[in-house]
Each structure stands twice: as C-alpha cells, then as structure tokens.
Write a new protein. Structure first.
Length: 347
C-alpha cells in the first residue's frame, strides 16, 4: 500500500508541487528521544523523502512514557534502528539514514552539510551549541527546542540577516548539569511530545516556504498554566549574519577527556578515584564502587576533588559524566569520564 497524502495536498499552500518538494527534502534529526519521536512520526507521515537520525543510545524502559514510537520489548536495542523501523511502518517510501554515533565536534559539520535542515532533538546544551555552530557554518536552517519539566522554548535559525543564532542570545553555553535534563529533573511525557510536534510543524513550514516560521522570535510555552510568550530574538550588534562574530570553526573536544575501561576495578588499578555522579535514586537502586556525589552537588562545590589526584566520573550512559568532566576541567581539575558509562560495564 502506498502512502496517501490527499488531506495535506488539499491545502492550497501545499498542493502537488509542495508534496513533490517534501519528497526530495533531506532532514537531519539529532536525538531520537522525547522530542525526536514526534518529529520522526510527523515528517515521515508528511512524506519527507530523506530522514537522517543521529543517536548513540539504546532504549531504556524509563524512556517509554515520552517516546511512544518504541515498545517495552525494544529495551536495550539501538534507538536509531528502532526509529528507522518505526518510520518504515508509517511510510515505507521514506529513506532513513541511521547514524548510531554521538553528535560531536568531529562529525557535526559533515552531518549538517549533508542535509537541507537540522532539527535539534537533543537533551544537553553541548549538543545544542554544536548543532547551532554547524548550522551557521554550513548555512543550513535549524529548529531548536528545549524542555524543562512542564515548560520549554522553540527557536528557528535560518542563514538570513534577520535571524539570530543561539550565540546571539547566549554567547556561551550553559554548563550541562546546572539545569537538569529529563533523566534528572523529570518530565511528563506529553510535554516533549508537544514541543517535538511543533518542531515538526516548523520544519515542514520551512521546507514548504509557509509563513509563520518564528522569524527572529523565541516562543516560550508553560503547560503548567498553558501560558505562552513570544519574544523578539535580536541579533547582536556585532553579528553580520549569516556570518558570525563568534563562530569561525567547530571547537574540538579534548581527546583525553574520556577513557574506555572494562571495569571500575581497572580504574582503581590505574590510580583513579571513581566518583559516581548519578542521582541519589539511581545510586540507591544500583550502587557502584565509586564515591557518590550527585552531579549538581559536585558542580556547585567541587572542593572534594581539589586535594590532588586523578578522578574518574561515572554515570549511567557516560553523557552526564562527560558534561561534568568538561566543566570541571575548565576549573583546572584532573577529571576524566568513563566512556559508555556504567551501562557499558554491565553489558
């Protein structure tokens, strides 16, 4: 059975010509989680011809309340492969290009350049700024969303003079861990679902040239009280968009910041003190041999690490420990992150 686009082709702004444009469009989606799920569903349903999905994670059962394209039986499988299967079940004519890798400084620019538009469905500031910088350098539109508990924001960057990128509004990224992500702060599933649906809508508007694309605006939504606020997102005075006063290249990662080990015992043998930065609930449910200092507490007061020695930060997947290691190394502390996290050791 072939997909039926008749209901959207009826719209005079779309028609057969717009549908043909969607069939040739290439969209990169960074993150196949709570935001990425509805983005994938709606873009596939609309007939966007080529979808690239970047995500290095496997599915955890705790994801399912906000990532309904997956099933409980899928726990432990690679998200990009599950996402590709979900897209094929919705629309078998869509080509899905899977990238089971972390979106990082080594691949960001090449990935973004290979697509017409990039959708930020990530859950950390480091990745959002990498997407932003790569979009600016590649001169590609980007659709951003951030969610915190019951609220969030949407922003569009386009390589046009009236558009501000993230660095126009916030020149330096907030350190990950200062504001909790869904795993740490909690989230009600429909909230990222709504923001992801709006990202899909904005992406389709850009691809089709429809009006109302958040041109130079920031949309804030709070679903605790259903309030909304639309703010101007002006460029900085020194900005000459699409050229940027702050972005000249993708900043490279310190190659020494991560280390791959088979066990925590091996870390101790190599002289590391292991610091487990998971939440108290995570640590209680599955203790490790490391000293427990939750990430927000450690970032607020890193004095326990100031007496010298080398420290290995660990968390469930390696994401939070890497973010914390980046921040603490800026403060002169000798810290590294366990690649793949504790989940990798358990595999």
């Amino acid at each position: 059975m072939q997909p039926d686009y008749s209901r959207q082709v009826l719209l005079k702004e779309i028609g057969a010509r717009g549908q043909a444009a969607l069939a040739h469009a290439r969209v990169l989606i960074v993150g196949a989680g709570g935001l990425g799920s509805p983005v994938l569903q709606y873009l596939a349903g609309a007939g966007v011809g080529y979808l690239g999905v970047v995500d290095a994670d496997t599915l955890d059962a705790s994801n399912l309340h906000r990532q309904p394209i997956y099933a409980l039986a899928d726990a432990g499988a690679q998200k990009v492969e599950l996402a590709a299967a979900a897209v094929r079940s919705i629309n078998p004519t869509v080509h899905v290009e899977t990238h089971a890798i972390r979106f990082d400084s080594d691949n960001a620019l090449a990935l973004v350049r290979a697509y017409d538009i990039v959708v930020d469905c990530s859950d950390n500031f480091r990745t959002k700024y990498l997407i932003n910088d790569a979009a600016v350098l590649a001169q590609r539109p980007a659709v951003f969303a951030s969610v915190y508990q019951y609220e969030g924001q949407l922003q569009v960057y386009k390589p046009e003079p009236r558009h501000a990128c993230l660095r126009c509004l916030w020149p330096d990224a907030i350190a990950d861990g200062v504001v909790g992500n869904c795993a740490e702060a909690g989230v009600l599933g429909p909230v990222p679902g709504i923001f992801g649906s709006l990202q899909a809508l904005l992406t389709l508007k850009i691809l089709l040239g429809l009006s109302g694309q958040l041109d130079g605006e920031l949309l804030l939504l709070d679903f605790m009280n259903f309030s909304s606020l639309k703010l101007k997102a002006p460029r900085r005075a020194e900005c000459h968009a699409p050229a940027c006063a702050h972005i000249h290249a993708i900043a490279r990662e310190d190659p020494q910041i991560e280390i791959a080990l088979d066990s925590l015992a091996a870390a101790v043998q190599r002289g590391f003190e292991v610091i487990d930065i998971r939440t108290a609930q995570e640590f209680a449910a599955r203790p490790s041999a490391g000293r427990h200092i939750a990430m927000p507490i450690l970032l607020a007061d890193p004095s326990p690490l100031s007496f010298g020695g080398e420290f290995l930060l660990v968390c469930a997947s390696g994401k939070r420990s890497l973010a914390a290691a980046r921040e603490l190394r800026k403060r002169g502390l000798a810290v590294r992150s366990l690649a793949g996290g504790l989940g990798h050791l358990e595999a």
